[in-house]
Design a protein around this ligand. Structure first.
Ligand code: C2R
Length: 186
C-alpha cells in the first residue's frame, strides 16, 4: 500500500510519521506540540499496522472551541477511536469523552514538575457516567493506547485481527527464545 506523510498538523515537522492512505480510523489528539515526543509512539504503532490515523494539537484549556468541534464531529468524520494525550492538568481526554460517543483512551504525558502523577490522576479519576480508558504514563501508555485502538478495530476487521495475532505471537516467541538473565545453563 502506498503511504503519505501523516496528517500531523502543526506538530514537529522534523519527525513526521507516515500514515497509510485512506479514511482515518483513529484520531490522536494532544494538548501541546510538546506532547508529540510521547504520542508519536501511538502514531508509529498504527502506521506499523497500516491503519490510517490523524493527529491534531487540541487543548481543552487553550483551544476549547477546537476541542468541542473536533469531538462533536469525530464520529461523523469516520473516526472509530480517539487517543488523547495531555500532561499536567490533563483535562483533554475527559472533556473530549464528554462530547463524543467514541471510545477515548487517555494517555498521561510525563510532566516536568510532578513526573506525570498530576496527568495520571487528572485523567483516571473520571466521574461516573463519562468514561475514559486511562493508560500508563508516557510512551508505553501511548503505545498501549494504540494497541487498544487496534484491538477495537480488530473486532470488525479480519486482516487487522490477523496482524494482531501475529504480533503477539512474535512477541511471545521472542521472550521464550531469550535466555534467562543471571543463569548460566550447564
Ligand atoms: N493538559 C493540557 C491541556 C488540556 O488538558 O486541555 N492542554 C494543554 N495541556 C498540557 O500542558 C502541557 C504543557 O504544554 P506546553 O509544553 O505547551 O507548555 C502539555 O503536556 C499539554 O498536554
Amino acid at each position: 500500500m502506498s503511504i503519505i506523510s501523516a496528517t500531523v498538523n502543526a506538530i514537529d515537522q522534523n519527525a513526521p510519521i507516515t500514515s497509510p492512505v485512506g479514511q482515518p480510523k483513529v484520531g490522536i489528539i494532544m494538548g501541546s506540540q510538546s506532547d508529540w515526543a510521547t504520542m508519536s509512539a501511538a502514531a508509529q504503532l498504527l502506521a506499523d499496522f497500516d491503519i490510517a490515523f490523524e493527529c491534531e494539537v487540541v487543548s481543552a484549556h487553550r483551544t476549547p472551541d477546537r476541542l468541542f468541534d473536533y469531538a462533536k464531529s469525530a464520529k461523523g468524520n469516520g473516526l472509530q477511536v480517539i487517543i488523547a494525550g495531555a500532561g499536567g492538568a490533563a483535562h483533554l481526554p475527559g472533556m473530549c469523552a464528554s462530547q463524543t460517543p467514541l471510545p477515548v483512551f487517555g494517555v498521561p504525558v510525563k510532566s516536568s514538575m510532578l513526573s506525570g502523577w498530576d496527568s495520571l490522576l487528572s485523567i483516571v479519576q473520571m466521574p461516573k457516567g463519562v468514561a475514559v480508558g486511562t493508560l500508563a504514563i508516557g510512551s508505553a501508555g501511548a503505545y498501549n493506547a494504540a494497541l487498544l485502538a487496534i484491538q477495537v478495530l480488530a473486532l470488525h476487521d479480519e486482516s487487522i485481527a490477523t496482524k494482531l495475532d501475529n504480533m503477539r505471537q512474535a512477541q511471545t516467541d521472542t521472550i521464550l527464545a531469550s535466555p534467562t538473565p543471571g543463569i548460566i545453563n550447564p
